[in-house]
Design a protein around this ligand. Structure first.
Ligand SMILES: NC(=O)c1ccc[n+]([C@@H]2O[C@H](COP(=O)([O-])OP(=O)(O)OC[C@H]3O[C@@H](n4cnc5c(N)ncnc54)[C@H](OP(=O)(O)O)[C@@H]3O)[C@@H](O)[C@H]2O)c1
Length: 309
């Protein structure tokens, strides 16, 4: 019977524990507390506190309640040899598709320009943009990026993608590696960041890369706040090189009330909701992975710590 140590940085973790217990009835779930941390064989966690892993010498795997494992793998107390397993989709991909479709239609049809015009009681019909000439560029063609790219194709946008290793996705022009980044950016009218946060990708949405986008391009960051150099984005928006940005993730979160991002007329802010982790779907996936691990079977989504994702 697996003993599972559970911690989720949530206002009320109760429903998450109940969902895991329902999905893993044969397991004993222990909700971590400073004086309640029995020796366990699995850890299921999201942004655990510093003491979470203390004394946990029997762990067989750490299951991260999220697709991005940057928070847990940068934890200095993380046991060195225990595999860390991430969520694969678990209901997040359809939400990402919806969010990016909303952004693409917003910038294509210039609805954000019309929203600003309405606030100024200004009546003006702007030149339409053609969908066939509005290219969506997805940075990161992993579990989520691939789904977003395919969905944008379904909606009739030209789509290009960029990743570390070569990809072949029907109807998507794929670029690989640092040498191809400038060419990828040069043909992208709406840039979507779906990269993991690693030493190689931190600050990648910077002045040099954003200036490589064509004039009038839009930026959508739905990965991690650490990808974006905020001052560089604001400078390029103010200079008119970029037409707008939609930001769902920030460093740190929650976004400070005095951040200029809240009030910038060309920036749309959402509170890290582009793909919310769903309790039932994610706990079911984690339970299935624990069962496979117990039977000695391979599981998807093991983090390569050297690569950082
Ligand atoms: N805002 C939200 O609500 C939310 C929700 C879920 C996830 N996220 C974020 O979304 C990220 C992506 O999730 P995912 O499940 O799609 O991750 P994933 O499956 O690990 O895919 C990551 C993709 O990024 C590429 N990549 C990584 N480092 C690169 C580099 N240095 N240069 C070029 N490409 C690089 C990978 O290339 P290869 O294919 O060649 O390995 C892969 O295609 C997560 O890490 C998380 O930060 C945000």
């Amino acid at each position: 019977m697996p003993d599972v140590l559970f911690y989720a940085d949530e206002p009320d973790p109760g429903p998450w524990v109940e969902a895991l217990q329902r999905a893993l009835p044969e397991g004993r779930i222990h909700q971590w507390a400073p004086h309640h941390a029995p020796l366990c064989t699995y850890a299921v966690c999201w942004k655990p506190p510093a003491a979470f892993f203390a004394g946990q010498t029997a762990l067989k795997a750490i299951l991260n309640i999220g697709a991005g494992a940057d928070a847990v793998i940068s934890d200095p107390n993380l046991p060195v040899t225990v595999p860390v397993v991430r969520l694969d989709d678990a209901g997040m991909a359809p939400q990402m598709e919806e969010y990016v479709a909303w952004c693409a239609l917003n910038y294509l049809r210039r609805f954000d320009d019309y929203a600003r015009a309405q606030r100024a009681a200004h009546w003006e019909r702007l030149a339409p943009r053609s969908r066939a000439a509005f290219s969506v560029g997805v940075m990161g063609l992993g579990v989520l990026g691939t789904r977003v790219a395919a969905f944008m194709r379904l909606l009739g946008f030209p789509v290009r993608g960029w990743s570390r290793s070569p990809k072949a996705i029907d109807g998507v022009v794929c670029f690989t590696g640092d040498d191809a980044l400038a060419a990828f950016l040069a043909g992208t009218d709406m840039l979507v960041c779906l990269l993991p946060l690693t030493p190689a990708t931190r600050g990648i949405l910077n002045a040099r890369n954003l200036a490589s986008l064509p004039r009038g391009a839009a930026v959508v960051n739905i990965a991690r706040g650490g990808h974006l150099v905020e001052a560089d984005l604001i400078a390029l928006l103010d200079a008119g090189h970029l037409c707008g940005a939609t930001l769902d993730v920030f460093a740190p979160e929650p976004l400070a009330a005095d951040s200029p991002l809240w009030r910038h007329p060309k920036i749309t802010v959402t509170p890290h909701i582009s793909a919310m982790t769903l309790a039932d779907e994610s706990m079911q996936q984690i339970a299935d992975k624990i069962r496979r691990l117990e039977r000695g079977l391979p599981v998807a989504g093991i983090i390569d710590r050297a690569r950082g994702y």
